[in-house]
Design a protein around this ligand. Structure first.
Ligand SMILES: Cc1cc2nc3c(=O)[nH]c(=O)nc-3n(C[C@H](O)[C@H](O)[C@H](O)COP(=O)(O)O)c2cc1C
Length: 179
């Protein structure tokens, strides 16, 4: 069993998404762990030449479980994480187009995402229309045949008490992911 652990927060030790993704990985038990820190070791923006290098795609395809720390920056995902997604959304490898529409080819993996957001984006809330992190990641993983699971810490920029409460709650929720 191989797990790929990805982080994308620029906030180092103060990062909520890093703390939660680490906690998720701990729940996985004994796995062969592959680490990809997209901040200390960023991928360049996509170029046509980059399609020739399949190492990032191969690493993703080899993983049984993928754990992703995903902070919200400017209502969506960090560009570091987008650069990674640009390497794994590859026609003919992780999806294909058929007469009946697109078909995901990467099914059978478990993808667990640790979300960290400064505000609240619940359905019906004033900010809901600006939520392009969870909705985007769900859409893009569904597109390649995966139903991702989410552990979210919200309201992280709404005062120190709310922040501590949200992180504690999210860390507690990671224990529900075991197995
Ligand atoms: C550059 C930047 C942009 C941000 N943009 C948003 C935003 O659009 N909406 C939001 O709710 N929070 C926003 N935040 C707050 C972060 O989502 C929040 O601080 C979260 O804890 C970041 O995850 P991290 O702790 O893992 O770095 C932003 C933070 C940074 C650093």
């Amino acid at each position: 069993m191989t797990a790929l652990h990805i982080d994308a927060s620029i906030n180092g030790e103060n990062s909520a998404s890093r703390a939660i993704s680490r906690s998720i990985v701990e729940q996985l038990g004994s796995v062969e762990l592959v680490r990809r820190d997209l901040v200390s070791d960023p991928l360049p923006h996509l170029t046509l030449d980059a399609f020739a290098d399949t190492s990032v795609l191969d690493e993703f395809m080899a993983a049984d479980t993928v754990v992703i720390g995903a902070p919200m920056y400017n209502f969506t995902l960090p560009s570091q994480l987008k650069a990674w997604l640009d390497r794994i959304l590859i026609a003919g490898k992780t999806f294909r187009y058929t007469e009946n529409g697109p078909e995901g080819l990467a099914g059978g993996k478990r993808v667990i995402v640790a979300l960290a957001r400064g505000g609240f984006y619940d359905a019906g809330s004033p900010a809901a229309a600006l939520e392009h992190l969870e909705s985007y990641l769900r859409g893009i993983f569904n597109f390649i045949g995966i139903e991702p699971e989410f552990v979210a810490a919200d309201g992280l920029n709404m005062g120190p008490e709310q922040r501590a409460r949200s992180i504690e709650q999210a860390l507690g929720n990671t224990t529900l992911l075991a197995a």
